[in-house]
Design a protein around this ligand. Structure first.
Ligand code: HEC
Length: 106
């Protein structure tokens, strides 16, 4: 009986890890502000993304860009991408960059 309980606890821990990872810092801001254009996985597959010709984070060379360059793009906007400086604080923007790095790897 005790043994079984241990197994349940272990399973719950293992299963909680990917969820925590997927919802890490930046995820909720991303969902609220970025997902409609960049898609839930950053691959820009939403109708809005297609309409606006948003590049996927894989294809747009974002991987090769520095965090500072991405922060600047989010703060000031690029092309059709709006600027977020007035809506998001620097912690939120940093968290978004961290989240983009997670999405890039998928
Ligand atoms: C209205 C649609 C739209 C929304 C909302 C949007 N983006 Fe973008 N984003 C774009 C487009 C279009 C580009 C491509 C810009 C270009 O290269 O001309 C882009 C490019 C980017 C890039 C790449 C910049 C670069 O230097 O290559 C990053 C990073 C990015 N977006 C992050 C975000 C984040 C984070 C959010 C949410 C705070 C967000 N975007 C919200 C449309 C959007």
């Amino acid at each position: 009986m005790k043994h079984k309980l241990k197994l349940v606890v272990l399973l719950a821990t293992v299963m909680a890890v990917p969820v925590a990872f997927a919802q890490g810092p930046g995820a909720s801001t991303y969902k609220a502000k970025c997902q409609m254009c960049h898609g839930p996985d950053g691959k820009a597959t939403t109708p809005m993304a297609k309409m606006m010709k948003v590049p996927s984070f894989d294809a747009s060379g974002v991987k090769k860009k520095t965090d500072a360059a991405l922060i600047k793009a989010i703060e000031e906007g690029v092309g059709k991408m709006p600027a977020y400086k007035s809506q998001l604080n620097s912690k939120q923007i940093n968290d978004l960059v961290t989240y983009i790095r997670v999405l890039e790897k998928k």
